[in-house]
Design a protein around this ligand. Structure first.
Ligand code: SAM
Length: 245
């Protein structure tokens, strides 16, 4: 039984053959916080889809891989969230909750009405939150978080790449979209989905036009106005329900 075992994400450099070399903070967490001893087991997640059942050695600095654990906890389709950065630490909440719900990739964007100018240290913090949430929610994969990018530059970049296999949606409030996201998701199925949500002040009309020109479909999340931190979570919940339901 692996249900009660601690999960830890490891970097590829921490594994050689069947040996896992624990970082100082992992040694501290397993040995001092959880009080695991020689021979105790945990799950090492390589962050790319594989779980390894591992057993601590006598020094508590290394572990030996016992076997690969069969697991399937990912959504059947990769979902990217393109999120206009909310003010304050709002994106922390989005990262944690969307990771639990199964997001594959975050694209934090700076839109015309984005109030936050993220510091370079933020990306590191978001990656740590995603890793912790992936461990907690028993994900196979730790979602990727891209560097914050200007929304218009992101759209221009998309025009230059092949996105025909991606269903792209931009969420717009106040009945400005013809279709509910749920209806749109039920109508088609493609190998990947991207959903964009705006900042506190909403997208500008020009941004929505540019997104539609880049292949996005505008969609509604219902009759109420959701906060900038709530909208991505609602959108992802709808996508997960449509994909897994
Ligand atoms: N003041 C903005 C307006 O009037 O449009 C509302 C912005 S809302 C707080 C932040 C973002 O969440 C929006 O840009 C949109 O992407 C998303 N959102 C919130 N409620 C929504 C809804 N009912 N349908 C679609 N998107 C919604």
């Amino acid at each position: 039984m692996t249900n009660n075992l601690q999960r830890l994400v490891i970097e590829p450099t921490q594994q050689r053959d069947r040996e896992i070399f624990l970082t100082t903070s992992q040694q501290h967490y397993l040995g001092r916080v959880l009080r695991l001893k020689e021979g105790d087991r945990f799950i090492a997640m390589d962050g790319k889809g594989q779980w390894l059942l591992a057993c601590l050695d006598a020094t508590l600095t290394q572990a030996r891989v016992i076997e690969v654990v069969a697991v399937e906890t990912e959504l059947p389709v990769a979902v990217t969230l393109v999120v206009a950065l909310p003010k304050g630490n709002g994106f922390d909440q989005v990262v944690t909750q969307a990771t639990e719900l199964g997001v594959s990739c975050f694209v934090p964007v700076i839109s015309d009405r984005t109030l936050l100018k993220p510091s370079p240290r933020k990306l590191e913090r978001w990656q740590r939150l995603a890793q912790e949430a992936a461990e907690q929610s028993e994900r196979q994969v730790v979602p990727t978080i891209l560097e914050p990018v200007d929304f218009r530059h992101y759209l221009v970049g998309l025009n230059a790449t092949n996105t025909e296999n991606t269903q792209q949606y931009i969420c717009v409030a106040r009945n400005r979209a013809a279709m509910h996201l749920q209806t749109a998701l039920n109508a088609t199925r493609s190998p990947s989905i991207a959903i964009a949500t705006g900042p506190e002040g909403g997208w500008t009309a020009e941004e929505v036009e540019m997104a539609i020109a880049a292949g996005f479909q505008s969609v509604s999340l219902g009759q109420r106005i959701l906060r900038a931190v709530t909208a991505p979570i609602v959108a992802l919940s709808l996508a997960a329900a449509a994909l897994e339901g």
